[in-house]
Design a protein around this ligand. Structure first.
Ligand SMILES: Cc1cc2nc3c(=O)[nH]c(=O)nc-3n(C[C@H](O)[C@H](O)[C@H](O)COP(=O)(O)OP(=O)(O)OC[C@H]3O[C@@H](n4cnc5c(N)ncnc54)[C@H](O)[C@@H]3O)c2cc1C
Length: 506
């Protein structure tokens, strides 16, 4: 009897010790609060968790997605295994050059170095978490094919969705993710360098507070900020009226919170207008545009004006193409009759794809865009020119000239890469109308290579980090396609690690 009693007592003591050990261990874990659950936020959360933190991600919408979920073209990486397997001779130096050139020398070189040097490990990080990145394309402004995305699948999923689903699938259970938690401000405690993060839960006017050892701002950009204190209106009133490719949540909350904390903001007027937002013939004036992916042009889509002429290198950088489209001054012709104003009728251009480029891009996606009315199919060039109200001979000549240029490997706009070399008047064609739309905020919170935020006097603010589109400096004047998902992974991971590993240094 006494033996049994002793066993029970020992068991109770053991269980109690395990329980208290766990409570103590839990209490000892640093608390890292991440603001925003897009790719930067989840990458940060994963690394903070791996470094031993208790991670709380606060997300203001009902789902973890952000603009990351919308990404279509892919993520860049230089000197990757995928490139090597396809005999693509890329180097870190070339990628750095392309990024600096696209940013017109304004990008922070130290940040670019980190971005590019860690690009290969960023790709491997995603692959290890189950993301297929085996398809490569050469997007505008890149001197090599280095934008990685997944092979087409049965399901209509773009690369951003695939990445977010895989990462969340592996880590959602391990992180504490609070949705509908709108972060309002952060209050630093000068005595212990901790931070009180205040948020409103499910729209309540009552604030909730969490005490954090470190905070990572990963709340994205502000290309949909049409609010009363709009950052777009403040820094770029000239483009304020353009449509946007961004989700409604992109209102620059992180930047506004950072400003109140005395964090320095850089390149705030550098906003990327994407040349190709889809015009939906059903609702051509809607403020939100679905993005016509860069990969459409990288797969051989050609662009023409209202006269049926090519007018630019389709693989040029986004700012170059946007300017070329604006310079054509072609306004959308098929505006519904009841529309009375002229001013907000967008400038447009037409993109044409052949069956070969449809296959190269992703037929499932083209079918999807066709189904929702963004891409129209035409039996041949004759039918297309009728619809576009352009002279048939003009269009025929444009196609013939393109084929000649592709044969020589050079055209008068400086295009040297021709992903598709044939386009004839008799074949099936796919047509889309596009308009330049506000797309990406290059500027934002100033950070250093450790993803630490910098104050207005140039010093580091302890225990606050930032990553992703909310930060500024990585891209300079213009961002290259595929470099944003990359910055989210690279600086998200750095911020996550440092939010734990640099704690003792503060
Ligand atoms: C249509 C489209 C296609 C794109 N395609 C590509 C591409 O192919 N390759 C590429 O590199 N880049 C692409 N980009 C750019 C890239 O997707 C984004 O810049 C990047 O994903 C931003 O990631 P993020 O994590 O910084 O922000 P987001 O993914 O936008 O996430 C920010 C999150 O923070 C939340 N949030 C905001 N404020 C608060 C708050 N106050 N409290 C709590 N949560 C908050 C938001 O709700 C959101 O979920 C594309 C962008 C768009 C719009």
């Amino acid at each position: 009897m006494s033996v049994l009693r002793n066993i029970i007592i020992s068991l109770v003591v053991l269980l109690c010790s395990i329980y208290f050990y766990q409570v103590k261990f839990q209490a000892q874990k640093p608390v890292v609060v991440v603001v925003g659950c897009g790719l930067a936020g989840i990458s940060a959360g994963i690394e903070a968790h791996r470094s031993g933190a208790h991670v709380i991600i606060l997300e203001k919408t009902q789902r973890c997605a952000g603009n990351s979920f919308k990404a279509t073209s892919g993520i860049n990486g230089a000197y990757t295994e995928v490139q090597k397997s396809q005999n693509i001779n890329d180097t870190v130096e070339l990628f750095i050059q392309d990024t600096i050139k696209s940013g017109k020398g304004l990008a922070n070189k130290q940040l670019v170095n980190v971005l590019v040097n860690k690009s290969r490990s960023a790709i491997e990080f995603l692959q290890e978490l189950g993301v297929d990145l085996s398809v490569l394309s050469q997007c505008g402004g890149h001197s090599r094919p280095r934008t990685h995305r997944s092979r087409p699948t049965e399901k209509i999923r773009n690369i951003g969705m695939i990445i977010m689903y895989e990462l969340l699938g592996k880590y959602e259970e391990k992180l504490e993710i609070i949705k509908e938690a709108n972060v309002l401000d952060i209050e630093p405690n000068e005595f212990d360098n901790s931070l009180m993060v205040h948020y409103s839960y499910k729209g309540s006017v009552k604030k909730v507070g969490i005490k954090a050892d470190s905070v990572i701002l990963a709340s994205g950009g502000w290309c949909a900020d049409k609010s009363r204190d709009s950052l777009l209106k403040k820094y770029r009133p000239d483009i304020f009226s353009l449509a946007t490719t961004n989700g409604q949540f992109a209102t620059g909350d992180g930047v506004k919170i950072a400003k109140k904390l005395g964090i320095n903001l850089v390149h705030m007027d550098k906003i990327q207008v994407h040349p190709t937002g889809f015009i939906s013939p059903k609702d051509p004036l809607h403020n939100t545009k679905m993005l016509c992916p860069e990969a459409v042009r990288a797969s051989g889509g050609i662009m023409i004006n209202s006269k049926g002429e090519r007018f630019a290198n389709e693989l040029g950088t986004r700012d170059y193409l946007t300017k070329q489209i604006f310079d054509q001054k072609d306004k959308y012709k098929k505006i519904p009759k009841d529309h009375d104003g002229e001013s907000d009728i967008p400038y447009v251009a037409t993109i044409i794809m052949t069956e070969e480029s449809r296959q190269l891009f992703n037929p499932t996606f083209i079918d999807f865009y066709q189904k929702i009315g963004l891409i129209q199919y035409f039996e041949n060039g004759e039918k297309l020119s009728e619809y576009l109200e352009i002279d048939q001979e003009k269009l025929k000549n444009t196609f013939q000239q393109y084929e000649k240029d592709a044969e020589v490997g050079k055209d008068r706009f400086g295009k040297t890469i021709f992903p598709v070399k044939k386009i004839t008047f008799d074949e099936n064609l796919y047509m889309m109308t596009i308009t330049p739309s506000i797309h990406y905020a290059m500027g934002g919170i100033e950070i250093n290579e450790n993803a630490q935020v910098i104050n207005e006097k140039g010093g580091i603010i302890p225990n606050i980090y930032a990553a992703g589109e909310t930060t500024g400096g990585v891209h300079g004047d213009n961002r290259l396609a595929g470099n944003s998902l990359l910055e989210c992974v690279v600086f998200g991971r750095i911020s996550g690690k440092n939010s734990v590993n640099l704690l003792d240094e503060n």
